[in-house]
Design a protein around this ligand. Structure first.
Ligand SMILES: O=c1[nH]c(=O)c2nc[nH]c2[nH]1
Ligand SMILES: [Zn+2]
Length: 475
């Protein structure tokens, strides 16, 4: 589906849900959202009877009407951290942990993106996959290759998916066949990608560049400093990894013996800014968290990856209590799914593992305060993520003035006894979520969160433009 399809004035009719605050998930059963030709939300009504529709919205008599049946509209998901070139390795991690996983699976695959044909095949497929799971904005790590990185930006722009696209920098501790030959090269190639992405979308309304040092162990101090300087000169976003795995943290201590902490390595290179996204952040000290907060840098929580690579359980509830800004990341292929809905579930599970902890004599009971609620995890997936990628004024919820980045969720109705056809005709067409008719609006959302998948995501819009639909979508 091309992003060039025109946007018509449209009234989105039917239930919608969105997170108003971290604690509050608002669900409106008789919702109406009016979106203009620029994809901007012009009105939001929460209690409208269908019969009143045309009369009520003067000037909107000719608007299209798109109705959510047996489901609801939900804001598009924001994936604050993933690796597009690692998509073919999804599900392949065995019993590795971070450092051997990089050597075994990741570097060999990423290095092959010198082939633009290969990059084209994988990136086209991955952007389709993330869109089909309702991801309307994505922060992508690409590879070292300028041409392939620029191609990823082209694909996101053509498909209409908002993206931050970054060329990965690494000038040490990676194989000879996959390493920046010098600091100058890392900075020059990063600059080339920034220039390219800004040349294809000067306003940055869909694609924006992001400076991407892979992580401290694979960058020398001069390389990190060169990228920090580049970030200042270009006012670009920055993304990297921090404190994911204890062996990695030890390695950083060895490589940067004069730095007070892992986070200080980035601080010393001027890489901690309000436009910085730090992935994982599992093993941070209180001082490091304080520094990140002071700098206004953001955190991408990647719970599926953290469990797959046995990196640890990030104490997200604590970080939220401390006022850090947090979104969710799929971190493919450390993570094994391109779905932020899956990450919502993993964020909730991880918070429960933190809550269960290891009972000790001093804390023998469950630490309920560590748990994330469904609403809180959905907040991280939408509004929290929007703040991480600098789009908090534009997307993440349904308010007048925001842009319509949304997904239409449709659930399955189990037929009444005697109704052999069923609500959606063929069996299984309702996806994995079965409704029996008793469910409240809240229960429908809960059922989707815990057992839904991309089959329930029947249409996706970015700035009011339809960017993905399934056969079940009937406009
Ligand atoms: O989850 C991760 N994925 C990666 O590709 C990577 N590189 C450094 N550190 C990393 N962590
Ligand atoms: Zn990562």
């Amino acid at each position: 589906m091309a992003a060039s399809s025109p946007v018509s004035k449209t009234i989105y009719l039917g239930p919608f849900a969105h997170c108003v605050t971290l604690a509050e998930l608002e669900i409106c059963e008789k919702g109406v959202i009016g979106v203009d030709e620029q994809g901007v939300i012009r009105f939001v009504e929460k209690e409208v009877e269908i019969e009143d529709l045309r009369a009520k919205f003067e000037g909107w008599e000719d608007a299209n009407v798109v109705e959510a049946r047996n489901g609801f509209f939900f804001p598009g998901f924001i994936d604050t951290h993933t690796h597009a070139p690692q998509h073919p390795n999804t599900g392949l991690f065995g019993k590795t942990t971070l450092l051997d996983w990089l050597d075994t699976y990741t570097f060999p695959l990423e290095s092959s993106f010198s082939s633009i044909d290969k990059a084209s095949r994988i990136y086209t497929n991955f952007v389709s996959r993330t869109l089909s799971h309702g991801t309307t904005t994505c922060a992508y790590f690409a590879t070292r290759h300028v041409e392939a990185t620029n191609l990823l930006a082209d694909i996101c722009l053509a498909r209409g998916q908002r993206a931050l696209v970054g060329r990965v920098c690494m000038d040490r501790l990676s194989p000879d066949y996959y390493r920046d030959e010098s600091v100058e090269r890392a900075v020059r190639d990063s600059q080339a990608c920034i220039d390219y992405v800004r040349s294809i979308d000067a306003a940055g309304s869909i694609v924006r560049p992001i400076i991407t040092p892979r992580f401290a162990p694979s960058c020398t101090a001069p390389c990190l400093a060169g990228l920090g300087k580049l970030a200042q000169e270009t006012d670009a976003f920055i993304q990297t990894h921090v404190s994911e795995n204890t062996s990695e943290c030890e390695l950083v201590k060895e490589l940067f013996p004069d730095s007070a902490s892992y986070t200080h390595v980035y601080e010393e290179a001027a890489l901690l800014t309000p436009k910085t996204i730090l992935a994982h952040a599992i093993h941070l000290s209180p001082e490091e968290r304080k520094l990140i907060k002071e700098r206004g840098s953001k955190i991408s929580h990647c719970p599926a990856s953290n469990t797959a690579l046995t990196s640890g359980c990030c104490p997200v509830r604590e970080l939220l209590n401390e006022g850090l800004t947090i979104g969710l990341g799929t971190d493919v292929s450390g993570g094994f799914s391109p779905s932020i809905l899956e990450e919502v579930r993993h964020a909730i599970w991880t918070s429960r593992f933190v809550a269960m902890g290891t009972p000790t004599a001093s804390t023998p009971t469950l630490n309920n305060a560590a748990k994330l609620s469904t609403a809180e995890a959905l907040y991280l997936a939408t509004r929290g993520g929007a703040a991480v990628v600098g789009l908090e004024d534009q997307v993440g919820g349904f308010e007048v003035g925001k842009q319509f980045d949304a997904q239409m969720i449709q659930l399955g109705s189990v037929p009444e006894e005697g109704d052999r056809e069923g609500a959606f005709g063929e069996e299984g067409a309702g996806g994995p979520v079965d409704l029996f008719g008793f469910e409240s609006a809240e229960e429908k959302v809960e059922k989707w969160v815990y057992s839904g998948d991309d089959r329930n995501c029947v249409a996706v819009w970015v700035r009011g433009r339809l960017v993905h639909k399934t056969a079940r979508y009937k406009a």
